[in-house]
Design a protein around this ligand. Structure first.
Ligand SMILES: Nc1ncnc2c1ncn2[C@@H]1O[C@H](COP(=O)(O)OP(=O)(O)OP(=O)(O)O)[C@@H](O)[C@H]1O
Length: 611
């Protein structure tokens, strides 16, 4: 890496405010609020804080991870009822009575119970895709609500009262002003840890979920685990809010834990801006304050009591979805010109360990009689091919010949109906793409699969996922910085290697299509592969970019990389590759050197149309 990329990206315009200054002002205002505001507003801010905790979980789950949940209120209920029951029940067995002796113990108990329930519910519902997942969350949201209302020991629909106050360092937090600081400490801790998590290896894996399972798994991300992680974290946020709620109200009943409140939490996340942690705060603030205000005003306007505010919320949601899909936060952020915090690349970070490359000429990949049938359609019929270290093989054929299907069989995205795929001598047919990625095969996609809002550097760093190991907790508390510096350094090296250095900190979505394809190659290289599968890498590239790409691939080949490319650009292919395999109607019709293929009558007839 040369000196120019060692430090920060270009700093923001000098007229912009420092993020630390803005955060400092926010914290001072937050701390001063209960000292200057009337009691009513302090109470309101307590409820804003509680809702923000739940909405923050939804930012992670829905906004970042793309998993919609209507059932978060039920997890709030779990937190609330756990502490309510344990701290008020009489005649509990000794160990339960011990837990119930302090709200702090019941908080831990609530978190453990919620995590357990979330894992059980998540293992059933998270497998669902599309609209089935939100429907699934509704189902268990309703079930838990009725469970709370029908359990006699939980007080039925009447609820439980007499919940003791929380004590902190010997002081009982009995009024709203005192409780305020506890609520907002929780909110700030949740904001801090969520932001940290998103800015880490685990966070990139979570964000990769939105790029599609196939891409994420091909980059070595365990998508089932990532989905479960955000589901449990969101549930724990909700549980903590429930615990706070119970000790603030000193009373619980099922009403605030029903499905309609779950929908309201989702409202908050979407209205505030589900993709941003600060969006949760904005959404919770806007909806809570508006609800209070509308509940006061609307009955007077309509002349009768009723939940008229829900109608306004519905209209508001439609307007936000139409006019401001990213929610209110980007609009608010636009009013305060804060300098963007830039990532730093530490050139002194220890380079990541590289796998030893196989010796030149070793057979890296071998497909043996691979057949893939889709019902009556045979997309690949007894396809065999092999690629060696230090060799570039092209797989060509007219549209619909079966090339992408073959790529999917080789990379573990799909399983052959019959035949075998050997990677470095080991059978990998039927293995997951994640596992195969770990062995040293990496790929790009015919239809580019990037995270457009993330920088080029971060997109490339997703490729290094399996080369790091730090999990959620170290990431949340910033104990992963050494490893993160190493991962980012590696990503920067790969960005430079493919010639995208000038775009290191640009949003991936702002790049031209050709550059996005190159970015995918950098991401694939970041996983330290010995075989690259490139699906139409030259599509959309200008002549100069194609020349640069060919130069890069030649360099990789000279370093011992095995490369298999699917490509329609014949000039590009014929001047670059060592051998060519030609497919038509799912079968191999020719194999040989480019010059042989160019003069092969069967190929000319079937594919090149006699050119
Ligand atoms: N999941 C699937 N289910 C049913 N048919 C499929 C599936 N995937 C591919 N096919 C069919 O298999 C055949 C081969 O498709 P494939 O995408 O592999 O061709 P290709 O050579 O990559 O084409 P192109 O160059 O246009 O990308 C096509 O007829 C396609 O419709």
């Amino acid at each position: 890496m040369n000196a120019n990329t060692q430090t920060r990206a270009a700093p923001g315009a000098p007229s912009r405010l420092s993020p630390k200054l803005v955060l400092g002002v926010f914290l001072v205002l937050l701390a001063a609020a209960p000292l200057v505001l009337p009691e009513f507003y302090v109470t309101l801010l307590n409820y804003v804080g509680l809702s923000a905790l739940v909405a923050l979980g939804l930012v992670l789950l829905t906004g970042v991870g793309g998993l919609t949940s209507f059932g978060q209120a039920a997890f709030v209920g779990l937190g609330g009822y756990t502490t309510a029951w344990l701290t008020t029940a009489q005649d509990l067995p000794g160990w339960l009575a011990f837990i119930g002796s302090s709200p702090w113990f019941t908080l831990v108990a609530g978190l453990v119970i919620t995590a357990t329930v979330a894992v059980i519910l998540g293992s059933v519902t998270l497998k669902l895709s599309g609209h089935f997942l939100p429907l699934g969350t509704m189902a268990w949201g309703i079930s838990l609500y009725f469970l709370f209302g029908n359990m006699e020991f939980l007080g039925g629909h009447g609820g439980l009262s007499g919940i003791p106050p929380v004590s902190l360092f010997g002081y009982e937090l009995v009024n709203n002003g005192q409780f305020y600081y506890l609520v907002w400490c929780f909110v700030l801790a949740a904001l801090f840890t969520t932001r940290n998590l998103l800015d880490s290896r685990e966070g990139r894996a979570i964000r990769a979920l939105k790029g599609g399972m196939v891409m994420a798994e091909s980059m070595g991300v365990d998508t089932s685990r990532a989905r479960m992680v955000i589901f449990v974290i969101a549930a724990l946020h909700a549980c903590a809010a429930g615990w706070l709620y119970a000790h603030l109200q000193r009373f619980v009943n099922p009403t605030p834990f029903g499905l309609h409140i779950g929908i309201e939490y989702l409202f908050m996340a979407v209205v505030g801006g589900a993709g941003q942690v600060w969006g949760a705060l904005v959404g919770a603030g806007v909806i809570t304050v508006l609800k209070q205000w509308l509940q006061d005003i609307l009955p007077k306007v309509f002349g009768s009591a009723g939940n008229f505010e829900v109608i306004i919320f519905g209209v508001m949601m439609v307007i936000v979805l139409q006019r401001a899909r990213d929610g209110l936060w980007p609009l608010i952020a636009g009013l305060v010109p804060v300098r963007e915090a830039q990532k730093t690349i530490d050139p002194a970070a220890t380079p990541l360990v590289k796998k030893p490359q196989p010796p030149m000429g070793e057979t890296i990949l071998e497909a043996k009689d691979v057949t893939r049938k889709f019902g009556g359609l045979v997309a690949n019929n007894n396809m065999s091919l092999s690629v060696k270290a230090g060799e570039i093989l092209a797989l060509i054929g007219p549209n619909g010949a079966g090339k992408s299907t073959m790529f999917n069989q080789l990379s573990g995205v799909d399983t052959p109906t019959s035949g075998d795929v050997l990677f470095r001598g080991k059978s990998v047919a039927g293995h997951s793409s994640r596992e195969i990625a770990g062995l040293g095969m990496s790929r790009t996609f015919q239809h580019v699969r990037l995270l457009p809002k993330m920088t080029v550097l971060e997109n490339v760093a997703i490729g290094a996922h399996r080369r790091g190991s730090k999990g959620v907790l170290p990431a949340a508390w910033r104990l992963d910085r050494d490893e993160e510096a190493r991962l980012l350094r590696e990503a920067a090296v790969q960005v430079e290697r493919v010639g995208l250095k000038d775009f290191m900190f640009a949003e991936a979505g702002s790049l031209a299509l050709g550059q996005q394809r190159i970015l995918e190659i950098a991401r694939a290289l970041c996983s330290d592969p010995c075989l690259l599968l490139l699906d139409e890498p030259a599509a959309g590239l200008r002549l100069k970019e194609k020349q640069a790409l060919a130069e890069l691939l030649r360099r990789l080949k000279s370093e011992g990389m095995a490369v298999l490319i699917v490509e329609h650009d014949m000039d590009f292919v014929m001047s670059l590759v060592d051998r060519v395999v030609v497919m038509e109607f799912g079968e191999k019709i020719a194999e040989g050197l480019p010059a042989e293929i160019q003069s092969n009558p069967a190929v000319l007839e079937a594919y090149l149309g006699g050119v």
